[in-house]
Each structure stands twice: as C-alpha cells, then as structure tokens.
Design a protein around this ligand. Structure first.
Ligand code: HEM
Length: 185
C-alpha cells in the first residue's frame, strides 16, 4: 500500500480525533515501518489494518464506518493531487466505469507498487451502473465513499447499494443509480 494512503490517514485521524489518538494507535500497532511513512514509499497493508483496528478500539467506532470516513477524506486528496484526471470526465458514471481501464492504469504508472482493486462492469446505462469489486483488502466501504463523492463532485444525487458476494468483502457488487431510489435490477 502506498505511503500517501498512510500519511493522509494519519492526518485525518489527527484532524478528527487529535494527535494523542495518532500517538496511541502508532504505539499500539506493531509496525515494521515504525510508523514513519513517506508519501512515495510502499508499506505492508497489514500496517493499515493494524492502525484501523486500534483506532476502532480507541474511539469505539466500527471498522467499516472508519474506512468509509477515510474514503470521504481521501477523495478530497485525490481531487487536489490529480485534478487533471477528474477534468477528463463530465459525468460520474463515465468516471466510475473508467477506473479499471483508465484511471487505475494511470495510477499504476504514477505509483509503482500500488495495490489496486479490480472492477468489472456488469451493466451500464446512462443513469445506472452495476459493477463488481474484487480485492483481497476488502476495502469496499472505501470504494463506496469514493463513489458517493464522485457523484457529489459532479453535483449529482446518487443512490449506491452494495451486495456482498463473498462474506469477507473481497467480492462485492455495487448497484449505482443517478436518481434517488430508482435503481431497477
Ligand atoms: C486505491 C488512486 C479513483 C477505488 C487507490 C490507491 C491510489 C489510488 C494511489 C492506493 C493504492 C495503494 O495503496 O497501493 C486513485 C486516483 C483516482 C482514483 C488517482 C482518481 C483520480 C478511484 C475511484 C474509486 C477508486 C473513483 C471508486 C471506487 C479505489 C479503492 C482502493 C483504491 C477501493 C483501495 C484498494 C483496494 O480496495 O484494494 N486508488 N484512485 N479509486 N482506489 Fe483508487
């Protein structure tokens, strides 16, 4: 996992919960990196898992909710660091259906060693998208947050439902609709 994911995560924790909580989770987690992250480095995903678990214990917020919040936060980072990628798209469904074949392809070049999910489009219309998410990191709530923020970025309302295909969240179907409550299978 890339360093920017760690540095932004710790920044969010500091903003939301304070520097003491950052220190606490860094101390409680067994980190090979010793908690020293540079945005261009690459670190083991186990470290992120450990930081999240310790944060969840410390602040008594479920893991899924924390990962979701982090996705909301990280989207703002993405729009700041990579405005050019967002400028290429005029529509949230166009953007989301291009992650696999365009956006994350660019990301692999910009961030060597990035561990990215796989997306597979099952159905696409002008205002609906059905997409499968595959990742051994099971960051589907991170994905949901990024999807919701993508709609917000284009000033559009969305309804996003997810269905776990695998119980552990490594394979998840997203049912994305432009208008509230209109998704039809
Ligand atoms: C992970 C970049 C858009 C879904 C990542 C990572 C980077 C990245 C750097 C971390 C990789 C690592 O730590 O090794 C970008 C950029 C984007 C973009 C530059 C747009 C300009 C999106 C969007 C989604 C998305 C719109 C919506 C679903 C994810 C997910 C992960 C991820 C779910 C977590 C890894 C996993 O689940 O296995 N992305 N991303 N990305 N990205 Fe993107």
């Amino acid at each position: 996992m890339k360093g920017i994911v760690f540095t932004e995560f710790l920044e969010m924790v500091e903003e939301k919960f304070g520097i003491e909580v950052v220190d606490h989770i860094l101390n409680e987690s067994k980190l090979q990196s010793e908690g020293i992250y540079t945005s261009v480095g690459t670190y083991d995903f186990i470290e992120m898992q450990s930081l999240l678990i310790n944060l969840s214990k410390k602040v008594a917020i479920p893991l899924d909710d924390l990962i979701y919040s982090y996705g909301l936060y990280f989207f703002n980072t993405l729009t700041k660091v990579h405005p050019g990628i967002f400028a290429l798209y005029k529509d949230p469904i166009e953007l989301l259906s291009s992650i696999e074949n365009h956006i994350h392809v660019q990301v692999r070049k910009l961030y060597p060693g990035a561990e990215l999910p796989t997306f597979k489009i099952e159905k696409k219309t002008e205002d609906q998208l059905e997409i499968l998410y595959f990742s051994e990191r099971a960051m589907y709530m991170f994905a949901k947050a990024l999807m919701e923020k993508t709609f917000e970025h284009y000033d559009q309302a969305s309804k996003i439902r997810l269905e776990k295909i695998e119980n552990n969240g490594t394979k998840v179907r997203f049912l994305i609709s432009k208008k509230y409550g209109t998704y039809q299978k």
